[in-house]
Design a protein around this ligand. Sequence first.
Ligand SMILES: [Cu+2]
Length: 231
Amino acid sequence: MNGPRMRCGTLLAALLVAALLMVVPLLLGGAHAAELVVHVGDGQGGPLAGAVVALEPAAGLQPAAGAPRAVIDQVDRQFTPHVSVLRTGTAVSFPNHDNIRHSVYSYSKARSFTLRLYAGQPANPVVFDRPGVVALGCNIHDSMLGWVLVVDTPWTARSDAGGVARLTGVPAGRYRLRGWAEPMPALTDGVDVELAGDAPVRRDIVLDPARWAAEPASPSTSPPPSPSPSP
Ligand SMILES: [Cu+2]
């Protein structure tokens, strides 16, 4: 009695397995991970180390899942890390591990805030809810300077001593490649990049941060002097 039904079930299972065997490679192929190798130049013909490159999907991205959190420490009167690259919406706590008090602030457009003079852990984290470049300072110690890059992508990298930044495991697709180096007040507008998988794609960009040295985004920058009254 059960014979034909079992054979039928076995046949169905075999067909299912065969279908899966055909479909799975297609799925994997569609999600092929690509590699982008970015060579960052300094505008003087040399490589630029410590630059940040960010690869934003052309179609945009959903906000990061969950509530991303990060820590920017203060140790030996320095922000640690000196440069943080975070997803939009990240809540950052600013613990102070020095035995002196700090007052962390920013006047940057993407996020302006002040944490009044404190020791230890401030009560609330600061949420960076808009993409952009945020320069951090301390009201007490002028030499303290830190940077927060708020970006709409998980694909970011820093350039090494040779100016090379590698972005690996990126799904094939169209992207905008943007760059930043201290003390630029914003990321570059960027260039279009198409990744199809297989061989790594190389792109060269030039950042020339020296151009920005004259007008730093430092929060300690005083407003320009008001024009002198006409005689
Ligand atoms: Cu301080």
